[in-house]
Design a protein around this ligand. Sequence first.
Ligand code: FAD
Length: 388
Amino acid sequence: MPQSYNAIVIGAGVMGASIAFHLAERGLKPAILERKVTASGATGYSSGLVRMHYDLAAESELTFKSYQQYFSQWKERVGGECGFQQTGFLQIAKREHEAKLRGNVINQQKIGINTSVISAEEAKRLFPDLSTNHFDYAAYEPDSGYADATLTTNSFIESAKRNGATLIQNCEVTAIRAAGGKVIGVDTTQGSFDAPIVVNAAGAWAKHVASLASIEVPLETWTHDVAFLHRPPSLGRIPACIDDIINCYFRPEGGALILAAGEDESLRGEAPDEEDQTPTPTFVEKLIDQMAQRIPKIEQSGLHSIHVGRDGITPDQRAIYSGTDLGGFYLACGLSGTGFKTSPAAGASLVELILDGTPKTVDISPFRFSRFAEGKLIKEFGYGNIWK
Ligand SMILES: Cc1cc2nc3c(=O)[nH]c(=O)nc-3n(C[C@H](O)[C@H](O)[C@H](O)COP(=O)(O)OP(=O)(O)OC[C@H]3O[C@@H](n4cnc5c(N)ncnc54)[C@H](O)[C@@H]3O)c2cc1C
């Protein structure tokens, strides 16, 4: 006899966890089916940046609502911890992108985001150990920072469980069952489950999971190397930062380390199951050179460790939050290496789409699955593709 649930969420990364949290908050009793354990996919490797600077309004709105309604008041809103650290965030853009930087900041201010354009001198006053070579202006968000993606996931799930959700780990979905154009359940390595709502939040595996419902999702695997550097003892305060001049992002990691990664050289198309933790051959050398241009004291640092994470990426490097032609079957995937910070509001909005027909937290129609068939890929990239 199949077990019956109101809804099934496939995947216990941060996206599946957020969806389960919001479904349970609305009184449903979902089952979260996870082939391994919680946060064992992209989420467990996430750099956890929480910043609001995007050039697509819908993404800025998702991050703003995620910050304002969740990360900044996690205990009250969700319960447990998300590890949010408010370090401030700097978006450093190339000189030729100054007009785009200013335009993005104006749009973000209209949304209500606490952001402004500051000069290189002001950046130096705030963060004296940053070199201000090669830029005149940056966008600065004093409220932003980073959070812990695994803690975030686990507290979403614990809260969902308190509201009646069930987490089943080591349970791989192997088939999706449908009848009369509607999803009716899934088969797994732990038996069959019936539900009228099934959400595919299977990260880099989402393409395969969708294929079980005969749906072709344009997704490939994106591989990302991340380094942890020892923090030089004399280094002062540094922000979370995306630096388009040195093609890196970085942030403090607790008191002892700095997390840093490149924005180019990401491998594409590895098998989602690939577990190799070897970075690309030039990763460390190149990263240290690039980082030393922005934080000269990095020369006094050394490598602590490296990890390699993998996410699903779409052709326009934007997520899919959407229904499909199969009734009751939804996609929350293709988060394209930037989906942690948006996961609270994206989960809320998708659950509103599922239960009410229209999302009210944020209009997620730009992320509809049909954009690929319509040939209407999202094009707003003020500074070029996020990932080269
Ligand atoms: C190295 C790295 C750094 C990043 N840094 C940032 C950042 O700084 N800020 C930011 O906002 N975003 C960042 N991201 C992106 C963000 O972390 C991801 O977009 C997000 O964590 C994806 O969450 P997810 O739940 O969609 O996928 P995942 O975390 O991959 O979860 C999917 C889950 O589905 C399970 N699953 C797969 N197939 C099945 C099946 N058949 N049955 C059951 N379960 C299944 C998997 O085991 C997995 O646990 C980063 C990503 C990486 C890899």
